[in-house]
Design a protein around this ligand. Structure first.
Ligand SMILES: *[C@@H]1O[C@H](CO)[C@@H](O)[C@H](O)[C@H]1NC(C)=O
Length: 278
């Protein structure tokens, strides 16, 4: 106790001495002049950008038309609406030459029945939305180059009849995967294998009638929210759900589940669901 008192006393005494010696230094004319000079030099330097790395700039509008580009805090925001693959390919080609961070690439209301391989190669895309674009097939190599940066993938309101497992299996930073409003009828074993960082999976309004027991294998360490609402499930997919140790919220409303059987939610964490609608 007394030892501690001693140390507090001594160190603050040391600080007081320090302040005094700084005062002495500031009063020195030479040092004062040096500080003024330093201040001037900093004023002449260009302002330091808030982001590390180079500031992002949009290509000329004519180079990516009919797509549009805006600069956002964390990168570019690119919108290509109501167009087709050849225009989108051309815009992507322009962007490749400039290698910006594309924070949002939004492709709504397009005619894109098939997403071709390598379409986004050499692009750094963080959030990708392909919404209401007649998307029915995603080639295996269409998204694989985005594995280091993509955190959100939204392919809602399309024509997918299967989980595009091969196309997404390399997305090792994905946090949110939205496949709402498609035509998926079955979820096969290991449909999401490789998506080991995924936290939110939403498959609202598909045509899901069956979910195989190992369907969610690979999501068992991180998945927090799962939306299976608006499908055609007749029973709770108990086996598939039971491996999801980290799940906090399950939505399974608007299905054809008539009754809950004993054991439907027996998994060790399934009892902890915050939210369950039937
Ligand atoms: C989907 O896109 C088409 C154009 O391809 C558009 O006419 C239609 O209104 C869009 N539907 C919705 C629900 O946004």
């Amino acid at each position: 106790m007394s030892g501690r008192d001693c140390c507090v006393c001594c160190s603050s005494a040391g600080q007081a001495t320090g302040v005094q010696s700084w005062k002495t230094m500031f009063s020195s004319n030479i040092l004062g002049a040096a500080i003024v000079l330093l201040g001037l030099m900093f004023k002449l330097l260009p302002p330091v950008s808030g982001q590390p790395g180079q500031p992002q700039t949009c290509p000329a509008a004519s180079e990516i038309s009919p797509c549009a580009c805006q600069v956002k805090k964390n990168g570019l925001d690119i919108l290509c609406e109501a167009t087709d693959i050849s225009h989108i390919n051309k815009a992507m080609g322009t962007l490749k030459g400039k290698s910006p961070i594309i924070f949002y690439l939004k492709l709504p209301h397009n005619n894109l029945p098939k997403l071709q391989g390598f379409v986004f190669l050499a692009l750094d895309i963080r959030h990708l939305t392909i919404h209401n674009s007649s998307l029915a097939a995603i080639e295996e190599t269409a998204l694989s180059s985005l594995g280091k940066g993509l955190t959100q993938l939204d392919v809602s309101q399309n024509q997918l009849s299967n989980v595009p497992s091969n196309a997404v299996k390399n997305l090792h930073h994905l946090l949110i995967f939205n496949i709402n409003h498609n035509k998926i009828s079955q979820i096969h074993n290991k449909a999401f294998e490789g998506l080991d960082t995924l936290e939110i999976l939403t498959m609202y309004e598909n045509k899901i009638t069956s979910i195989e027991p190992e369907a969610f294998r690979g999501l068992d360490k991180k998945l927090k929210r799962l939306n299976l609402g608006g499908n055609e499930l007749a029973t709770v997919p108990q086996k598939a759900l039971s491996i999801l140790d980290t799940l906090k919220k399950l939505e399974i409303q608007e299905n054809k589940i008539k009754k809950i059987k004993d054991g439907d939610f027996e998994g060790k964490t399934l009892r902890r669901f915050i939210f369950l609608l039937l």
